[in-house]
Ligand binder design. Structure first.
Ligand code: HEM
Length: 141
């Protein structure tokens, strides 16, 4: 959700009226794009921003539900994602099932550090190259 947000620029918004935020004047009817991809990798906000290190959130109060602007993968405010709870539940459920039911290996003795995590940019950010991984069912009786 931080390094590879689903919607890198959220969804375009339009300002209803003139406003000034942090000395930036935003005229009425401007189209606004929020670059959460860049925010998630901003070195003035995150230490070692390019590292996938989920432990960074242990003991942290950062919440991804739209209150902490350094992490807003679902947007924020009244036009934020109404499917957030469903999305989070499904992602956690699927991931937990995959980890619980299978042992995973990379092909050809590849190391996890060698995975090419390059993304394709668009409305969403899929991987540029498919992830190839070998599952072995581990719950045989
Ligand atoms: C992990 C899963 C999901 C992510 C990361 C995600 C992310 C987002 C983002 C970033 C926006 C734009 C928010 C903004 O511009 O401020 C959005 C809007 C929206 N999402 Fe999701 N979403 C997810 C799942 C879902 C699901 C499961 C549904 C429906 C069942 C859904 C329905 C919508 C709708 C209807 C909007 C438009 C809301 C509006 O414009 O008022 N999303 N989502």
């Amino acid at each position: 959700m931080r390094l590879h947000p689903v919607a890198p620029l959220l969804i375009p918004h339009e300002s209803l009226e003139d406003c000034t935020i942090n000395d930036y004047h935003i005229p009425r009817k401007s189209r606004l794009l929020i670059n959460v991809w860049a925010i998630g990798r901003d070195p003035s906000v995150w230490t070692e921003p390019d590292q996938f290190n989920p432990e960074r959130f242990v003991g942290s109060n950062i919440d991804l539900r739209g209150h902490d602007f350094e992490l807003i993968p679902f947007g924020s405010g009244r036009r934020s994602c109404p499917g957030m709870q469903l999305g989070l539940t499904v992602v956690r459920l699927v991931l937990a099932q995959l980890v619980h039911c299978f042992d995973w290996e990379l092909p050809n003795d590849m190391l996890p550090t060698e995975l090419d995590m390059t993304e394709e940019f668009g409305l969403t950010t899929p991987r540029a190259k498919h992830l190839l991984a070998i599952p072995t069912y581990r719950l045989h009786k």
